[in-house]
Design a binder for this molecule. Structure first.
Ligand code: SF4
Ligand code: SF4
Length: 475
């Protein structure tokens, strides 16, 4: 008699969508519809630990002995069944020898012409006190990426602030430099910017279009919501100006779809109303929501109850995303779209994001930070654009986050989607960017279960939506 088989519970999460049994393969974040044989096998082993031979004897008459044997082998290969041999464990310690940098974020000015009450930027200055990045620093940053990672085909330069358009002169110089430099190397470069829109005019819009910028506008929703926090330095609401500028941009900018980025802070949980205004009334192509739970100013953080409300709102909008997807329409709900993309592609994220690995943020002095949210923070930087990356320090930081042993993430069913959560959230909450973001794990797990349900329903009802709206994005 062979070894007794057991279900590897840490690798398998089962959900029911109507009468279908869905299996979420946790190591690869992949989703399968369970067929009758695999479902029966798992049920049988859950009832009694049995050997492969006993299972074939039990189920062979119903499904065929060869088929049962093959299904068992497949489940063992996927680490969903264990016959006692060690599973294909993830490496505990990883040495980083190189950093496949493809994205550099340039903090072109610490100054912002607005004074949004909740702003998290630790190096934010009033417009007059803004410290601007020099062209030499920006050029050295681009050269550092090319030096570190010379073999990529495509690179991205992100312009960030403060308000990046308050240093448009530098942005234009950097774009001219990059276009010539990357073209000479036969490589592609993309430009991306998040802006508050207030400094946009037709000339700037056309220039951005000529260079195919990926744009996202910070806007919090209709006036009553937007003007709660997004204020001028003098304390006036900015909604009217931002709406006017956004409408002009959306009517004129055809180079790429323009997204809106919504910051949700204490007192703001009206997801559907915000989406409706930005998508239906103003015409943004995408709307993404960023809930703030660990900002520096405690009074702006969403409370626990508000966070629950936010997730309920996200799910209600998710149901509208599903209804539209079944009719072949995409309602531009970025958070849902990203989750569906991750599930469709079976993303296996060992780290929560590209910060520190594929992306570094350069502050106005040229120092290297994990991402744009760390510039100006007291976390030690990881080198600078002239001296280069402090490889050992950066590698040690990433290796520490990669090693999940002893953390709740080790056995968490969304460990390869969440991967411990945003470093900056952890830093703001626990003072340690390597600490997992434990404060809303249950809500995140519930959100992923919801995404699995939505994805399964789209796959069953209109798989062409995935082909049209998810696969081309990947290409
Ligand atoms: S932070 Fe929480 S939800 Fe995320 S992987 Fe870790 S335990 Fe899971
Ligand atoms: S650390 Fe957080 S804020 Fe920074 S890039 Fe990653 S997810 Fe975004």
């Amino acid at each position: 008699m062979g070894a007794v088989l057991n279900v590897v519970h840490d690798n398998l999460h089962e959900l029911r969508v109507d009468d279908r049994r869905m299996l979420f393969h946790i190591p690869t974040s992949s989703l399968f519809a369970l067929d009758a044989l695999t479902g029966a096998l798992l049920d049988e082993i859950r009832r009694n630990s049995l050997s492969a031979e006993a299972l074939v004897a039990d189920l062979g008459a119903r499904f065929g002995a060869r088929e049962v044997d093959e299904a068992i082998r497949e489940l063992i290969a996927l680490d969903l069944l264990s016959d006692g041999r060690p599973a294909h464990a993830a490496p505990r310690r990883h040495e980083f020898e190189r950093f496949p940098l493809t994205t550099v974020v340039l903090n072109v000015n610490t100054g912002c012409n607005l004074s949004c009450t909740y702003c998290y930027k630790e190096d934010l200055d009033k417009p007059s006190a803004g410290r601007k990045m020099s062209f030499d620093t920006a050029r050295d940053a681009v050269e550092l990426v090319l030096r570190e990672s010379p073999d990529e085909k495509r690179y991205t330069v992100v312009f960030f602030g403060g308000e990046p358009l308050s240093n448009l002169r530098l942005i234009k110089e950097v774009v001219a430099y990059c276009e010539a430099r990357f073209a000479a190397l036969g490589k592609q470069v993309d430009f991306v910017m998040t802006t508050n829109a207030t400094l946009l005019n037709d000339e700037t819009i056309d220039w951005l279009a000529a260079h195919r910028f990926g744009l996202s506008i910070s806007m919090d929703g209709p006036q009553a919501i937007h003007d709660r926090n997004r204020l001028t330095v003098g304390g006036q609401g900015t909604y009217e100006t931002v709406r006017r500028k956004a409408e002009r941009l959306l009517s004129r900018y055809t180079a790429r779809p323009v997204g809106a980025r919504v910051t949700l802070t204490h007192g703001t949980t009206e997801i559907e109303r915000i989406w409706d205004h930005l998508f239906n009334e103003l015409g943004f192509a995408e709307v993404g929501f960023a809930p703030v739970t660990s900002g520096d100013i405690d009074t702006f953080n969403l409370t626990g109850d508000e966070l629950v409300e936010v997730f309920e709102g996200l799910k209600r909008l998710g149901r509208r995303y599903l209804a539209a997807a079944l009719e072949g329409r995409n309602i531009g709900f970025s958070n849902m779209h990203q989750l569906i993309t991750d599930l469709h592609e079976g993303h296996k994220k060992a780290l929560p994001c590209g910060a520190g690995l594929k992306m570094l943020a350069v502050d106005h002095k040229g120092e290297l930070n994990l991402c744009h949210r760390f510039t100006g923070s007291s976390l030690p930087t990881f080198g600078d654009v002239s001296g280069g990356i402090k490889h050992r320090e950066l590698g040690d930081f990433l290796a520490q986050r990669l090693d999940r042993s002893g953390t709740g993430c080790d056995t968490c069913r969304i460990r390869n989607l969440c991967s411990g959560g945003c470093y900056h959230e952890s830093y703001a909450r626990y003072g340690d960017p390597a600490h997992p973001t434990y404060h809303y794990c249950d809500l995140m797990r519930d959100w992923v279960d919801f995404g699995i349900e939505i994805y399964s329903r789209i796959m069953a009802g209109n798989p062409a939506f995935i082909e049209q709206h998810i696969s081309p994005r990947r290409a």
